[in-house]
Design a protein around this ligand. Structure first.
Ligand code: NDP
Length: 448
């Protein structure tokens, strides 16, 4: 290995790249990582973490709206976007520092610049320096996909939304996926007028339809305007700085910001893959085998750039498995079944396993148990919103095939419920468990 400058050169210091680098170093490898933006990647810098903090910040509005019912008088309450934004961004700085410290404590060399692959064992840094490594790991993640319409340069993506100078009074969100539903919820709770523009009448496609319908119903009740079967034709910026959005058929809307949330593409532009003979898949991702190895024996890839499951915990597992396989003498693959996921909309929804329609397609007859309830927390609230939990089980064995829920704290409950599905339990195991009362989670053991 001494013939190379490093044993491992990782491109991208996001969740997958940092985990892989740290574990490889712990296995004794000499590791370097190049990062052209900030250490931490999408999740820490411009994704999951700051998004969740904005969700927490915005949820105060709901609590404050009925604080008087509970005896609290709060004089002169008001909201200042800049304070929330700056607090969130300062915590992102703190986390970036911690990630840097983790790499430093494992003696990983960090190059704060772009790296381009020049061959199976070599990269060139933006500064011009050539570096060689026995193995290269591509962990460059994904980047917002921006549609092609005139005036798209006036719109923002989730990269910019954390840095807005002012809270938009009127916000248009384009797309019906995770990012669209989460930011529509955040800005709606903060008092912005929110319009969601979606190209079909389906949102959150991978989630159970009944749960999504409940989310839509609640979101509309909270004032979010959904324009289904709608697409932006062009956006013009007026002299007042506001944006005039043409939705076709004389339908024009004036807003302060347009947030595009139409998916994220694997980030491979200018990476130099051709210098190692690696070809992209049709969807632009880097094809890898079950051990994360590309078509070039010395180059591996993990995380969003491989577009298997675009979720942080999956990228982390892939990075860890790669390091154990290549440097820990412990070949490991990842089990992609029954991965729980959640949308931090307001209220949040979560799911694991098959949706009802997928289970019916796969198994024919299935049993569906539900609980449609008003969470106790909502008794205080002006919103008479109801939660909905569903369990889909095999008709004969009663083995759990899917669990889906919408309601306060559903991601927290789902993490634990997912263990039951992963362990192959039946509905009987839930029936046998005594309810924890009063809680929302008890609905899971009271499903009818
Ligand atoms: P998603 O894939 O979740 O959703 C994309 C949305 O944009 C869909 O509604 C899709 O419609 C629509 N769309 C796609 N292309 C176009 C287009 N050209 N014009 C109009 N609409 C279009 O993407 P996001 O950007 O919301 O998030 C990216 C990924 O990041 C997610 O897949 C997820 O893996 C991850 N993420 C996870 C979060 C979490 O775990 N809570 C939070 C945020 C992101 P259609 O359904 O018709 O294709």
């Amino acid at each position: 290995m001494a013939d190379y400058d490093f044993d491992l050169f990782t491109i991208g210091a996001g969740s997958g790249g940092v985990r892989a680098s740290r574990i490889a170093a712990a296995h004794g490898a000499r590791v370097a990582v190049a990062e052209e933006h900030r250490v931490g990647g999408t999740c820490v810098i411009r994704g999951c973490v700051p998004k969740k903090m904005l969700v927490y910040g915005s949820m105060f509005a709901e609590e404050l709206s009925h604080a008087d019912t509970l005896g609290w008088t709060i004089e002169g309450k008001s909201f200042d976007w800049a304070t929330l934004r700056d607090f969130v961004n300062s915590d992102v700085d703190r986390l970036e520092g911690l990630y840097g410290k983790t790499l430093a404590s494992h003696e990983v060399t960090v190059f704060a610049e772009r790296a381009t692959i020049t061959g199976p064992h070599s990269v060139r840094l933006a500064s011009g320096k050539e570096v060689t490594a026995k193995y290269i790991l591509i962990a460059t993640g994904a980047w917002p996909a921006m549609p092609d319409f005139p005036g798209v340069e006036h719109c923002i993506s989730s990269n910019e939304v954390f840095h807005l100078g002012q809270q938009p009074k009127c916000l248009m969100v384009v797309g019906g996926g995770y990012i669209a539903m989460e930011f529509a919820g955040i800005f709606n709770a903060l008092g912005s007028e929110v319009t969601v523009v979606n190209r079909t009448d389906r949102i959150l496609r991978s989630y159970d339809e009944q749960i999504v319908d409940r989310m839509l119903h609640i979101a509309m009740g909270r004032g979010i305007d959904f324009r289904m079967h709608s697409q932006i034709k062009r956006v013009d910026k007026g002299d007042d700085g506001r944006l005039l959005v043409d939705l076709g058929e004389t339908n024009t809307v004036k807003v302060d910001q347009v947030l595009i949330a139409t998916g994220r593409n694997p980030k491979t532009d200018g990476l130099g893959l051709e210098n190692a003979g690696i070809e992209l898949a049709a969807n632009g991702s880097i094809p890898v085998d079950e051990y994360n190895r590309t078509s070039c024996d010395s180059i591996y890839a993990v995380g969003d750039v491989t577009d298997r499951v675009q979720l942080t915990p999956v990228a982390i597992r892939e990075g860890h498995a790669f390091a154990d396989t290549v440097f820990g003498n412990n070949p490991r693959t990842i089990d992609y079944s029954a991965i729980p996921s959640a949308v931090f909309s307001q209220p949040p929804l979560a799911g694991v396993g098959m949706t009802e329609s997928k289970a019916r397609q796969t198994y024919g007859d299935v049993k569906v148990y539900t609980s449609d309830f008003r969470p106790m927390k909502n008794i205080f609230s002006p919103h008479a919103e109801r939660g909905l939990y569903k369990m889909i089980v095999d008709q004969t064995s009663e083995k759990i095939l899917g669990i889906h829920m919408i309601g306060p704290e559903s991601p927290e409950i789902m993490q634990v419920a997912a263990v039951a599905l992963k362990a192959g339990l039946t509905k009987q195991a839930f029936d046998d468990t005594v309810a924890l009362h009063p809680s929302m989670a008890e609905e899971l053991v009271l499903l009818k």
